[in-house]
Design a binder for this molecule. Sequence first.
Ligand SMILES: NC(=O)C1=CN([C@@H]2O[C@H](COP(=O)(O)OP(=O)(O)OC[C@H]3O[C@@H](n4cnc5c(N)ncnc54)[C@H](OP(=O)(O)O)[C@@H]3O)[C@@H](O)[C@H]2O)C=CC1
Ligand SMILES: O=C(O)CCC(=O)C(=O)O
Length: 420
Amino acid sequence: MSTIYTGPVFEMAKNQFNSVADYLGIAEGHRDRLLYPKRAITISCPIHMDSGETVVFQGYRVQHHLTLGPTKGGTRFAPNVDIGEVSALAIWMSWKCALAGLPYGGAKGGVTVDTHSLSKRELESLSRRYMQEMIPFVGPHIDVMAPDMGTNEQVMAWFMDTYSMYQGRTVNEIVTGKPVSSGGTEGRREATGLGVAHLVARAMERLQMKPREATAIIQGFGNVGSYAALELAQQGVKIIGVSDHTACYFDRKGFDVDALVAYASRHGSLKGFSSEALFDPNQLLVQPCDILIPAAVERVIDADVATRLNCRILAEAANGPTTPEADAVLEHRRNEIFVIPDILCNSGGVIVSYFEWVQDLQQLFWKREEVITRLKGLLDDAFHRVMARVERDEVAHRVAAMAIGVDKVAQAKATRGLFP
Ligand SMILES: NC(=O)C1=CN([C@@H]2O[C@H](COP(=O)(O)OP(=O)(O)OC[C@H]3O[C@@H](n4cnc5c(N)ncnc54)[C@H](OP(=O)(O)O)[C@@H]3O)[C@@H](O)[C@H]2O)C=CC1
Ligand SMILES: O=C(O)CCC(=O)C(=O)O
């Protein structure tokens, strides 16, 4: 099939899917309908810049499948966003939601933009224009957006407000990851990082590792990386390496995570935090540690890096950090490195987004404790199902996790009449 879906990130999602389809015995003739997105929307967002000129930004939204309910997924504002990347991210959302047992298909959206170059007013204009252009294609029972790289609670509030003004009433349930004051839920801000740390704790239990003796390195110090660091530090794990786009630090003595978070929120990045601990970002992932957490962009662990990894647990907080070639290396190293695959590892975010959507639809709001208890329950359930499959079929952790997700979507399509 010739398609618009191209590029290295899409090829990765396709390659992973085909490996899982081989394992599940899905016939060739049924694969395209499971893999290729149902809808891909491309928009142009003309924005009046502070300079007086008008700049047109390209935006996307890809809705992967509609079999289990509305589609769900984040919106990414980043310089290299393209239709292939967004489609891969939407496909991964589908397997992630199905693995967690959420009544959603996957979606993802984005705008090709470097948000660091925008003023707050320009960012608001772009956010509002993006949602305005998407109004015909989204809805609380069609497609529900959320934050991803480069977007945050404020952007979600602008999305919600733009959609609500069009409807003439407040429609909280159109997006998740909103501020609590605008119909957001307690716990969503920290949900992804907290979920990562919770699953790392489960992995440590299985490996009989003690958190107070463990060290961690985290690449990416935004929403996910910073909350994962805070939660792991609470467990007693020593954070010995951190990085963002602007700086990279490594110190075997460990960092004061509260100080890192306070610095990053005051300065907008980690740049300037320390001059003694500055480190080469290209060497960070291969430093010796117990827990390695890529929490930034895709494809940072290729075959070469995988060969040189020096960790016991690889917790994939980012989407798609590990290439299929690296997976082949990790398969040989399966007794050395315990992988928590992305669609399991970072699923805490969409799980609490689901809770937010449910609360908004009911206009009945839960206490933080209830949100977190339910989150941990769903994460534990998914973790145990993945581990049971790994043990039963002796497959890699990623294959087991994806197989549960793909199988659920395939079964739903079959009962609705896709497969004869
Ligand atoms: N937010 C969520 O709820 C969820 C996010 N994810 C995934 O987690 C990852 C991070 O998302 P999120 O934390 O929300 O995004 P943010 O935009 O909040 O943070 C991204 C972080 O990654 C850093 N970064 C970007 N490029 C690089 C690089 N090449 N090397 C090192 N650091 C880099 C950024 O640095 P700087 O600020 O300097 O640019 C920033 O610290 C993404 O893969 C996302 O898809 C998955 C599930 C849910
Ligand atoms: O919270 C959500 O709905 C989606 C989060 C997301 O984009 C992701 O899990 O990759």
